[in-house]
Design a protein around this ligand. Structure first.
Ligand code: SAM
Length: 233
């Protein structure tokens, strides 16, 4: 019989050694991380490493984030079961699945059609029916479905994109890495009526958010970079 990894055991160890041993304390987040089969979102050649303490390649020069960062960002969103979430940067769909466990509905936007299609199929195969994956420039958000109780951006932005701020519901939270292409600070934004407050969490390193309110895409060099439209908070 071929050697089979015990993914459930590896996942339990990930929760204890990488999450609980650090500062992930929200029982709902820990339970969601226990339930979602991370290996199903990792491309075959890296599957045996799915529960390691780091990011892994998923194609198109993109990565599935480290489990701890997924848990930390999810915890920072303070989700309730009624929340509607906007996720920017679907990638493999793993973070989407974690959000699906904790919120009512997740709208997720991905720039690369191949990643969006694969993520969508994985989510469907695993029985997650409370998510929709769209292809597009997430730096502009998804205004048609706004407002959102929570917004999570899993790629690094040069500034907090104005459209995302505008699409937050009153009382909403947004978690987003903000900085340059090589290092960022994870920020949590809260909206109360027409006031947005920003809290800095930890230093992080994400792939760039490309787009109209992000960094200039390498494959669209002619695109006008109008970051200046985004007033800094
Ligand atoms: N959360 C993902 C997961 O669990 O696999 C990992 C996300 S990966 C770190 C960042 C993703 O953001 C990449 O898939 C990248 O293609 C996407 N991205 C970058 N700029 C984007 C944009 N403007 N709109 C939508 N997605 C974007």
């Amino acid at each position: 019989m071929p050697f089979q990894l015990d993914y459930e055991m590896l996942r339990e160890r990930m929760v204890r050694e990488q999450l609980m041993a650090r500062d992930i304390t929200d029982p709902r987040v820990l339970e969601a991380m226990r339930r979602v089969p991370r290996h199903a979102f990792v491309p075959e050649p890296f599957r045996s490493r799915a529960y390691e303490d780091g990011p892994l390649p998923i194609g198109n020069d993109q990565t599935i984030s480290q489990p701890y960062i997924v848990a930390l960002m999810t915890q920072a969103l303070e989700l309730t079961p009624d929340d509607v979430v906007l996720e920017i940067g679907t990638g493999s769909g793993y973070q989407t699945a974690v959000l699906c466990e904790l919120a009512r509905f997740v709208y997720s936007l991905e720039r690369y059609p191949t990643l969006a299609e694969r993520a969508s199929a994985t989510l469907r195969d695993l029985g997650y029916h409370n998510a929709e994956v769209y292809v597009g420039d997430g730096s502009q958000g998804l205004p048609d479905m706004a407002p959102y109780n929570a917004i999570i951006v899993t790629a690094a932005a040069p500034v907090i994109p104005g459209p995302l701020r505008a699409q937050m519901a009153n009382g909403g939270r947004m978690v987003i890495p903000v900085g340059d292409r090589y290092q960022q600070m994870l920020q949590r934004v809260r909206r109360r009526d027409d006031t947005w407050t920003v809290e800095t969490l930890i230093p992080v390193m994400f792939v760039p958010l490309y787009g109209r309110h992000g960094f200039l895409p390498p494959d669209e060099p002619q695109m006008e970079d109008d970051n200046l439209l985004d007033d800094e908070l």
